[in-house]
Design a protein around this ligand. Structure first.
Ligand SMILES: Cc1cc2nc3c(=O)[nH]c(=O)nc-3n(C[C@H](O)[C@H](O)[C@H](O)COP(=O)(O)OP(=O)(O)OC[C@H]3O[C@@H](n4cnc5c(N)ncnc54)[C@H](O)[C@@H]3O)c2cc1C
Length: 450
């Protein structure tokens, strides 16, 4: 440890607190890990160690967003997967995420390490059918990832959800045989191109990207915007409208296909670690064998989105739960006016509101996942969960950020990233308004779509 922050850490250590901590943590391992930490993380560790010296706060409850024990009914396998993802996020992602978030880059080195967890095979069977508890499993993975870093969950969701589901639901036996083993292994990474620069909400009716049959090829023209993972994906599923019969068709477009160009979208204020691309298709020729053979027009696209919307609802819960736990830990140790701020009534009220939000969101998503896995989930069910969790997530991260005062806007305290990332969750996979219209139509019997 030669960095200035490491020197500060060593000189500021409260040795008495350190000896008390040694009963609870593996100190040699902790100090070794500190050698690989960034300056911001070292400062956090310093605060943690000096806070441990306050004997009045030694036995405070550990922050836990599952207040009602709703995860109590998980099977041992589901618990095991959740624990694996939790460990992975703390060990592999937490030390590097702020750096990548700041630089707008996705850490490619995470892919081989994620591959070792073999998570897609907890969701998908080799033939593209889903495991009996696929939606719940996907939800747990998403929840644990989002508690630490939403971008990692989004990278995974685009690949394991949107892209893999497109092949699983729309591919022929040959296409599944070619792509599913590589997608499940994560030796090929997928992306999903639906949204266009001129609009996401209206894309089902106003899709401008076109395809036209030309012998044994199709010619694709148009643009796709916001496409996650597309800057480095091996294949991207592109949805286009057939100029001859107006049907929506899906295509597997391989990286490097002539006429296919991806420009990274820079300057996001949310999910900065996810690489989103603007794809331009200029007379891009795709062989007919790479047209998704089993798509039934827009219906297949909608089937994919329905499956993945439940996952996005879980993103809101994970993001909020992470922010709540950070805020509670901070409120227990941050002192003002000679007291921990968690001793103040108004701070407690905010913490309770955050916890109530997370509790309701968790109940909604657990029920939604059960319905999806039983085959009973309809569009409006997934839409209601997405509307609810995205809105409550936004409220929760704002309160959590507020708990940190000025520190709440500093990346190193963690909550600022959750705060910013909630904004993207609120708008993608159907905005709050569009999902509200889906639910509104179901409950009133009137369609208010224009
Ligand atoms: C970080 C990020 C990642 C994404 N990743 C992907 C991806 O991998 N693949 C992909 O295909 N897409 C992706 N998207 C796109 C996303 O799904 C769209 O942004 C979303 O569907 C909204 O579309 P839009 O941004 O064009 O907004 P618009 O459709 O232009 O909507 C603008 C506003 O108008 C409102 N509005 C529109 N129509 C109505 C109406 N009828 N009634 C009331 N209000 C209305 C909307 O609710 C919204 O508030 C991503 C987006 C983001 C931000």
């Amino acid at each position: 440890m030669t960095k200035p922050a490491a020197k500060d850490l060593m000189t500021s250590l409260d040795l008495e607190a350190l000896s008390r901590l040694s009963d609870r943590v593996d100190l040699p391992a902790l100090l070794q890990a500190a050698g690989n930490m960034s300056d911001g993380q070292l400062k956090q560790l310093e605060r943690m160690l000096s806070g441990a010296g306050d004997s009045a706060h030694d036995d405070l409850p550990t922050p836990n967003a599952d207040f009602l024990g709703q995860f109590g009914s998980l099977t041992p396998e589901q618990r095991d997967v959740a624990a694996q993802v939790r460990g992975f996020m703390q060990r592999e992602v937490a030390p590097i995420m702020n750096d990548h978030w700041s630089r707008d880059t996705f850490p490619q080195e995470l892919i081989p390490r994620l591959r070792e967890l073999n998570l897609l095979r907890r969701i998908w069977n080799e033939d593209g059918t889903r495991k009996p508890d696929a939606t719940l499993m996907e939800g747990l993975i998403t929840f644990e990832a989002c508690k630490v870093d939403v971008s990692t969950a989004v990278f995974f969701g685009v690949h394991a959800g949107l892209a893999t589901a497109s092949i699983a639901l729309g591919g022929s036996a040959e296409q599944k045989a070619e792509w599913l083993p590589r997608l499940l292994d994560m030796t090929a990474i997928g992306a999903f191109g639906l949204t266009e620069p001129e609009g996401g909400s209206q894309v089902s009716q106003g899709m401008r990207t076109t395809c036209k049959r030309d012998g044994d090829h199709w010619v694709l023209r148009g643009q796709k915007k916001w496409i996650g993972n597309s800057t480095f994906s091996d294949m991207t599923v592109i949805w286009a409208r057939d100029v001859d019969d107006q049907e929506v068709r899906g295509f597997i477009v391989r990286a490097g296909t002539p006429g296919y160009a991806v420009e990274k979208i820079e300057g996001k204020i949310s999910l900065r670690m996810v690489e989103n691309g603007l794809i331009t298709l200029s007379d891009c020729r795709v062989p007919d064998r790479d047209r998704l053979q089993n798509t039934g027009g827009w219906r297949t696209t909608a089937d994919v989105l329905r499956l993945t919307r439940a996952g996005v609802a879980w993103q809101g819960v994970g993001c909020a739960a992470g922010a709540y736990e950070l805020a509670l830990a901070y409120a227990q140790q941050r002192k003002q006016f000679g007291k921990a701020i968690g001793e103040f009534q108004m701070v407690q009220r905010d913490l309770v509101l955050m916890l109530a939000n997370v509790t309701g969101m968790l109940a909604t998503c657990l029920r939604l996942s059960d319905m999806a896995d039983a085959g009973d989930m309809r569009d409006e069910h997934a839409a209601l969960a997405k509307v609810f969790t995205a809105a409550r997530c936004r409220e929760t991260v704002a309160l959590a950020r507020e708990t940190f005062g000025g520190n709440g806007i500093l990346l190193e305290y963690g909550v600022a990233k959750q705060f910013a990332d909630a904004e993207a969750i609120y708008s993608y996979e159907g905005t709050n308004e569009i999902n509200s219209l889906v639910v509104g139509r179901a409950i009133t019997g009137f369609s208010a779509f224009v």
